[in-house]
Write a protein that binds this ligand. Structure first.
Ligand code: ZN
Ligand code: ZN
Length: 267
């Protein structure tokens, strides 16, 4: 069964018609279940979490409206799951926990986008990779990923090696960083997302790298599949390549979620 557990509606209105465009396009690519995961920072109800100038500018949507749209679609029998993509902010763990507890989700994605005030995937902050040094940036990133898992706030870690987005590679072998992060993820019982979005970025690779995914497999960490679509055209894009990679590494199942319980499903 093909599932896409990372979808953003943010470029259109929160209407059934816009949502159905995502389903329609996804079905053409064989997607049978759709996990919507809008960025938490977009919602006024989460405005106190990523409370930075960057976040405040984007905090414009109403979470109740989003949840209402998705729950109604789910109750109407559409194969829709209600999720959110939550930034991991180590100094805000308790506030994030309280926010997540206040709403009913099918799944919560945890994302490391921020190392302090550096947005690692933002094109206008791209220079920071070189300024900080790629090796140091990777060390900090995977350290933060392990910490995100350890917080036990999340069901799935999204795009687990996002730090490679612009194609910079460290001089040092990343294997020890992967080993440490994967050990923390396994200990926390978190799943990992395998995402085709990296294929659309300068790096041109699936997130995560094969070496990272092999370590996940050896540690029996469950996975989801995702496109991180921001438009209907991107739904399910390159998921065939994601599934191929998963099979090569030895995976035979993906997780689907309902009310934050993961259900293994044959790939
Ligand atoms: Zn993300
Ligand atoms: Zn996303």
């Amino acid at each position: 069964m093909l599932v896409d557990y990372h979808l953003h509606l943010e470029r259109g209105p929160l209407t059934r018609a816009w949502l159905e465009e995502f389903l329609e396009q996804g079905r053409r690519r064989g997607v049978a279940e759709f996990g919507f995961s809008e960025h938490a920072y977009r919602f006024r109800q989460a405005g106190h979490l990523l409370n930075t100038p960057w976040g405040r500018q984007r905090c414009v949507a109403d979470l109740e409206e989003y949840l209402g749209l998705l729950s109604a679609a789910r109750e109407a029998g559409l194969p829709v799951r209600v999720g959110v993509e939550m930034d991991y902010l180590p100094e805000r763990e308790e506030a994030i926990r309280a926010f997540l507890k206040s709403y009913r989700w099918d799944f919560v994605l945890g994302s490391v986008h921020w190392l302090g005030d550096w947005g690692v995937d933002l094109a206008d902050m791209r220079e920071e990779h070189r300024r900080r040094g790629v090796d140091r940036a990777w060390r900090e990133y995977f350290g933060m990923l392990g910490r995100a898992a350890g917080s036990r706030l999340f069901d799935v870690l999204a795009h687990p090696d996002l730090i490679k987005i612009f194609g910079d590679t460290p001089a040092a072998d990343p294997a020890p960083l992967w080993d440490e992060a994967v050990a923390q993820i396994a200990a926390a019982g978190c799943a990992v997302e395998v995402s085709s979005a990296g294929l659309r970025r300068p790096v041109g690779e699936i997130y995560p790298a094969v070496g990272f995914l092999e370590r996940c497999r050896r540690s029996l960490i469950p996975v989801t599949t995702a496109s991180d679509a921001h438009t209907p055209e991107e739904v399910g894009q390159d998921l065939d390549r994601v599934v191929l990679l998963l099979r090569q590494v030895g995976y035979r199942e993906v997780l689907r979620f309902r009310e934050r319980v993961g259900v293994p499903t044959p790939l």
